[in-house]
Design a protein around this ligand. Structure first.
Ligand code: FES
Ligand code: FES
Length: 326
């Protein structure tokens, strides 16, 4: 009888799955909690651990180059975000925004000049060079981002817009030497127009496409809107020779091209004319008998928004004939 009662009790427990499940859960609870804690700490660790630097994981020079360019474009992206944030924050301060835009443009030109100085096009091309170029560009850009971020968080306005110290440079323009105090980021065009009052060279665009600012630097047509005044300054025994449109008059008389432009109506509003004249002078200096193709090729970097170029070509041909008739 006693034995039957025990068996009945056992049968009752064995037949209750809910009770068995509950007991199992209770028994496993510490293990489940432990697993959850471990998983959470792993997720946290993954979030806080930096992903490995692509420079460390790259398997080939190609991957290293790709990594460096990735860093440069990431730096550009961050710089742009900070710049936009400043523009937005100070959108109601028109003068400041205008100065900031100029400062940023000048900085971009300055960065390009620094890159060009370190990695002159066509020189020393090697498989490592793209990586060095990308890393240097990223570094320069990160420095600028840092400055702008400091500004955004409350450093004085001057640090971003006019904080650069001026330095003395010497320029030789149209045969005369000038000593000037300029900021390292100043463009040659601005120094010529503002400091030397040589306003013949014009600013016609913001993207190096019109040629209105063309001057000669050691006889080579050069866009003064993309050259730093520092780059054209005396450096030791070397003093570049800068010629503006004001300097191409021939011993006080009009140079042949200037006269021909007047005679043939080569200009309408005249805004582009100084750039064209400088380019033509450079062409005639190196090639006194250019063909039609030579002329068109030489002038391909100068834009005119008024004329159809026909009178210009006639004026240029007349200038060539005048030069040859000397
Ligand atoms: S102003 Fe220099 S190219 Fe247009
Ligand atoms: S004459 Fe007007 S832009 Fe050339």
């Amino acid at each position: 009888m006693q034995r039957r009662r025990i068996m009945a009790t056992n049968t009752k427990y064995a037949a209750n799955p809910a009770l068995i499940f509950t007991c199992g859960i209770v028994a496993l609870l510490p293990i489940i909690i432990l697993c959850l804690l471990v998983t959470a700490s792993r997720v946290r660790a993954q979030k806080t651990t930096k992903s490995p630097d692509c420079l460390d994981t790259a398997q080939s020079q190609g991957e290293l180059n790709e990594c460096a360019f990735g860093k440069a474009s990431q730096a550009d992206h961050e710089l742009n975000q900070t710049y936009q944030a400043i523009l937005q924050k100070y959108s109601d301060r028109a003068v400041f925004i205008d100065r900031l835009r100029k400062a940023q443009r000048a900085w971009l030109t300055f960065r390009d000049a620094q890159l060009e100085m370190m990695f002159p096009s066509g020189e020393g091309a090697g498989s490592v060079e793209p990586m060095c170029y990308g890393l240097y560009k990223a570094e320069l850009t990160q420095q600028r981002s840092k400055e702008l971020r400091q500004w955004l968080t409350g450093i004085e306005e001057g640090d971003v817009c006019c904080g650069m110290k001026k330095e003395l440079i010497e320029l030789r323009v149209n045969g005369r030497r000038h000593e000037l105090a300029v900021e390292p980021s100043e463009l040659l065009l601005d120094v010529l127009r503002r400091d030397l009052q040589l306003t013949g060279s014009k600013r016609g665009c913001d993207d190096s496409s019109c040629g209105a600012c063309t001057v000669l630097v050691d006889g080579v047509p050069t866009l003064a809107c993309t050259m730093l005044a520092f780059s054209a300054a005396a450096n030791g025994p070397v003093t570049p020779d800068i010629t503006t449109v004001e300097g191409i008059a021939d011993h006080g008389a009009l140079a042949a091209i200037q006269k021909a432009y007047g005679d043939w109506g080569g200009a309408q509003c005249g805004f582009c004319t100084p750039g064209f004249m400088i380019t033509v002078k450079a062409l005639l200096d190196r090639n006194p008998e250019p063909t039609e193709d030579d002329i068109r090729h030489a002038l391909s970097g100068n834009l005119c928004r008024c004329t159809g170029y026909t009178q210009m070509y006639q004026a240029i041909k007349a200038a060539i004939a005048a030069e040859q008739g000397r």
